[in-house]
Design a protein around this ligand. Structure first.
Ligand SMILES: O=C(O)CCC(=O)C(=O)O
Ligand SMILES: [Fe+2]
Length: 244
């Protein structure tokens, strides 16, 4: 069963248009991977939320000023599907991360596989797993934020929507904001159940917007979730660096 699932996952990732994903990340700081998980996989993951075991920490967002709603960080070992996804997505994203760091003048390059990058995190004391599952009910929201957990930062992360908008919940849109010399703007990313969004953790490079000017400008990005108007919304987040 497990082998079949990871084979399907490899095929799904193979079928993604990675050139287009790279272009969308460059232009907007986010890109959608449609249908990364099936409805059955989403339902099975969402059902994990109320289990007691398998987590290292539970966060009630209002207690920390993070918004309203709650989330839990998984403990190692991660659920197999999430572990497979984290390992399978990383090598697709590392070339983009490496190119971005060169463009931003950041003197860090990422190894080609996740095990090597996690070893780097763990040696620096960032040993706690960061993949998480979130649960929002009516009136809940996630304040704009950045998921930085220490010195080592992988500049892209992934969220997968486990619930179906219009059926399971309304409102609750995934929102990104950017701030650059060009001004401030917001982008709402439309997702269906099983879709994933890859997005900027911190900064993305963008071409200088002045006519005739060369060079790169830095665009600072944050993400959050607008107010859930009704129902319940679950997501899982895959962050590639571990936490201190
Ligand atoms: O629930 C969401 O869509 C966002 C979750 C989030 O902030 C994260 O996974 O980092
Ligand atoms: Fe986040």
């Amino acid at each position: 069963m497990k082998a079949a699932a990871s084979h399907d996952l490899a095929l799904t990732l193979e079928a993604c248009d990675w050139a287009n994903i790279g272009r969308s990340l460059d232009a907007h700081g986010n890109a959608v991977l449609p249908g990364l998980l099936t409805a059955e996989q989403c339902d099975a993951l969402a059902a994990l939320y109320c289990r007691e075991e398998g987590y290292r920490t539970r966060i009630v967002m209002a207690r920390h000023g993070f918004g309203r709603g709650e989330y839990k960080y998984f403990a190692y070992p991660l659920p197999p599907l999430l572990d497979q996804l984290r390992h399978a997505l990383y090598p697709r994203l590392a070339p983009i991360a490496n190119r971005w760091n060169l463009q931003l003048g950041i003197d860090v390059q990422y190894p080609g596989d996740l095990a090597a990058f996690l070893q780097r995190c763990h040696q620096a004391g960032q040993t706690r797993p960061t993949p998480l599952i979130l649960q929002y009910g009516e009136g809940d929201y996630n304040c704009l934020h950045q998921d930085l957990y220490g010195e080592h930062v992988f500049p892209l992360q992934v969220v997968i929507l486990l619930s179906e908008p219009g059926r399971d919940f309304s409102g609750g849109e995934f929102v990104m904001t950017e701030i650059s010399a060009q001004g401030r703007r917001a982008d709402v990313v439309a997702l269906r159940q099983g879709d994933a969004v890859v997005f900027t953790v911190n900064q993305r490079p963008a071409p200088s917007s002045r006519p005739g000017r060369r060079g790169t400008r830095k665009v600072a990005m944050r993400h959050g979730v607008s107010r859930i108007r009704s129902g319940q919304r679950h997501t899982v987040g895959l962050i590639f660096h571990d936490a201190r």
